[in-house]
Write a protein that binds this ligand. Sequence first.
Ligand code: FES
Length: 144
Amino acid sequence: MAGPNPSPTEPPAPRGEPMDAVTVLVCSSCRREGDGPETPRPGSRLADAAGALAGALADPGVAVRRVACLGNCSRGLSAAVYRPGCWTYVFGGLDEASGGDLLAGARLFAAAADGFMPWRGRPEALKRGLIARVPPIDLLKDLP
Ligand code: FES
């Protein structure tokens, strides 16, 4: 029997990567308009590919996680790239072969001293596929 649900205020259990790791959140539910009901969905295959690449890279500064939906369904495949204390980037228009681009962008972001994902060197799919960037919560106190 499973125990009680953890408190939403509890920190997540350690998963082997540093707490300041850049995390690629891939929507595993995404499918393109006109796609059939087949499973696994294209988003799930992208999540699998990105996860396999991350495993092969073995970069402790980059992690890949699956999420059920990023609210970008009509412009999938979708993923977000999160770095604690920094802006979060949401991407759409990806395809099943975009795992390498997501990992390249994540590694670029992880190395950025200013906390922004650099435009220069960013894979084309992450330039044309940028849907939104969301400020870090710490920035809210400085906004008008
Ligand atoms: S199903 Fe992928 S963003 Fe909603």
